[in-house]
Design a protein around this ligand. Structure first.
Ligand code: ZN
Length: 159
């Protein structure tokens, strides 16, 4: 799924109990640590182009970063550790898990499959690409409805 949608899903699902910045960052983080350095490097080198880069041009460490940041094992471990010290931050960090669960059905095995249990297993699901218009516009409609609901909920609480 695209970066902006992931960020807003994280916020709308887990940013309403306080710590909205943590939810925003946690929703975006898995893709930022995986693809951010490539995007920045390509922009500096003048090689940036919109759209997914060819797999043969992507450095090996990106795949490791993707697998780690998109693993339920890694995310759960980090969240459990944070929960020992601050449950509010840990709650907002659940946006990280939401990111992973949204990527599982909407990534194909051909391009960055989401290995849920990495490093214990390379199991992944061969889903439908999030670039499919039916998938993307459906998630956009659901996300918009959830954001409207959160705004309504927030105004109701303050009035
Ligand atoms: Zn992702």
């Amino acid at each position: 799924m695209d970066f902006v949608s992931h960020t807003l899903w994280g916020y709308s699902l887990f940013g309403f109990r306080g710590k909205p910045a943590v939810a925003l960052i946690s929703g975006a983080m898995p893709d930022v640590v995986s693809f951010g350095p490539i995007v920045v490097t390509n922009m500096i080198n003048g090689n940036y182009h919109h759209g997914p880069p060819d797999l043969s041009t992507i450095p090996a460490w990106t795949f490791v970063a993707y697998d780690c940041s998109h693993s339920l094992v890694c995310a759960s471990l980090a969240i459990v550790i944070v929960a020992k010290y601050n449950t509010g931050v840990a709650w907002a960090m659940l946006a990280w898990l939401a990111h992973i669960f949204l990527d599982v059905p909407f990534h194909t095995k051909a391009y960055f499959p989401t290995k849920l249990f990495w490093p214990l297993s390379d199991f992944s699901f061969d889903g439908v690409s999030w670039g499919n218009p039916w998938v993307w516009f459906t998630q956009l409609a659901l996300l918009t409805a959830l954001l409207i609901y959160r705004c309504w909920q927030s105004k109701r609480r303050t009035s």
